[in-house]
Design a protein around this ligand. Structure first.
Ligand code: NDP
Ligand code: HSE
Length: 427
């Protein structure tokens, strides 16, 4: 017997899936117990030269749905991305009882529960290890290895492009635009870097992580999102003075029956395990009741690393299929509420351009106090019209901080609220 695979998409990830399938053919056959054969490869541009890809050119088609519907196809690998028509291909395959492997974080974060339902209806496996943090084995540890434990918090760096940009800003003192240019030249940032630098990519991953970690439904619209475009060289320098670095964080946490998921840049102490994750690397720090603190680290993107995760899923679903195992979808039994961002507690670094005159500090402090925000440290640098006042607060809600900042910006003595950034971890 041979298991037949439909590959939908043959770009950065798909072409590496083809290469890895070819290179690992003998081992994969031994691990699965029967050979895997590519039944067809769907692409957008059928006539395109695919270079030295080790595959019969007659396998290419532009009719993805036709390929999915072929009777001889057992497993569908979707590595195109986007919402439609990927949703149609995946649900069609699952309802027909075909196992699906996808790297499509955007679709999973928007409509993961509908995909899971299609998998249940069709009695088919739906695996998506590559959708979050590329090569890093993370989703199956969350949905299997840690299934007996209680996860309280997942704090992570899941976007390589933004981690690269902030790392370069830290290392070289460069501004955001210069570091982005460098990331583009090296091929980390896409032609349109919006999904990365505005946090959309990480927000989709946050929804997937929070759903799996807390066994509840979290979609991308539940995730608070803030990009890194406003992070300045001054923020990076101010973080360094506090013994911190600025990182593009993705934080999912559970407190009783409420979960929160948020994506934003934040200052973290240099001693925090995530502080030393630099360049385009990803890392995920899990805090669990019994297991304690766990860290997963590695390449979060790139053709070959992502294809490794896809092939891991492929072996798993092929073995399940051979064994006639009943698919076991991730458990979604906890109907947890989503905490609005305004109620989320954290600490803040607030930088104000002020006039260096008697009484200014007292005036600023009274605004913090009036909104119940306790100041932990205050530091002033410069004189006269160049004075900068940096306050770091104790824990406060986002709503308290917003009203405080709003009031501060109205003071005559405050020329500008230069920046507001969250501070995570003990400083
Ligand atoms: P690419 O843009 O490199 O490749 C997309 C592929 O899809 C191309 O082969 C393209 O065809 C094909 N395609 C596009 N539209 C259609 C269509 N309508 N019908 C059939 N085929 C189509 O994307 P990536 O490989 O980078 O990403 C694929 C998925 O993997 C996405 O979901 C992405 O989020 C995810 N992912 C990517 C990572 C990465 O590092 N690149 C990391 C983790 C996840 P053609 O070749 O003819 O243009
Ligand atoms: N654009 C993403 C990143 C690719 O920079 O991490 C992986 O999802």
């Amino acid at each position: 017997m041979t298991m037949k695979l439909a590959l939908i998409g043959c770009g950065t990830v798909g072409s590496e899936v083809v290469r890895l399938l070819h290179r690992q053919e003998t081992d994969l056959t031994s691990r699965i117990g029967e050979p895997i054969e590519i039944a067809g490869i769907a692409v957008r541009r059928g006539g395109r030269d695919r270079g030295d890809l080790p595959v019969d050119p007659s396998l290419f088609t532009t009719d993805a749905l036709g390929l999915v519907n072929r009777d001889d196809v057992d497993i569908v690998v979707e590595v195109v991305g986007g919402i439609e028509p990927a949703r149609e291909w995946i649900t069609t395959a699952l309802r027909a009882g075909k196992a699906v492997i996808t790297a499509n974080k955007a679709l999973l974060a928007e409509d993961g529960s509908a995909l899971a339902q299609a998998a249940v209806d069709g009695g088919a496996d739906l695996y998506y290890e590559a959708a979050v943090a590329g090569a890093i084995p993370l989703l199956r540890p969350l949905r299997e290895s840690l299934h007996g434990d209680t996860i309280h918090r997942v704090i992570s760096i899941v976007n390589g492009t933004t981690n690269y940009i902030l790392s370069r800003m830290t290392e070289t003192g460069a501004g955001f635009a210069e570091a982005l240019e460098e990331a583009s030249a090296l091929g980390y940032a896409e032609a349109d870097p919006t999904a990365d630098v505005e946090g959309f990519d990480a927000a989709a991953k946050a929804a997937i992580l929070a759903s799996l970690a807390f066994h509840t439904r979290v979609t991308v619209t539940d995730v608070y999102r803030e990009g890194i475009t406003e992070v300045s060289a001054a923020d990076i320098a101010s973080a360094a003075e506090m013994g911190c670095v600025v990182k593009p964080l993705c934080i999912a946490s559970r407190d009783g029956d409420v979960v929160s998921a948020r994506v934003h840049p934040a200052m973290i102490p240099r001693e925090h395990p995530l502080a030393s994750v630099n360049g385009a690397y990803n890392a995920v720090f899990v805090e669990a009741e019994a297991a304690g603190r766990l860290m997963f680290y590695g390449a979060g993107a790139g053709g070959a690393p992502t294809a490794s995760a896809v092939l891991g899923d492929l072996v798993a679903v092929a073995r399940n299929r051979r064994a006639g195992a009943t698919p076991m979808p991730p458990t979604v039994y906890a109907d947890l509420a989503i905490r609005p961002m305004g109620d989320v507690l954290t600490r803040y670094h607030v930088s104000l351009d002020v006039d260096d005159e008697p009484g200014v500090l007292a005036e600023v402090a009274s605004v913090f106090a009036a909104h119940g925000v306790s100041m932990r440290t205050v530091r002033q640098s410069g004189r006269g019209h160049e004075a900068v006042l940096v306050a770091v607060t104790h824990t406060a809600t986002d709503a308290q901080l917003s009203t405080t900042v709003d009031q501060l910006s109205k003071l005559d003595s405050v020329r500008r609220v230069a920046s507001v950034m969250r501070v995570e971890g003990e400083v």
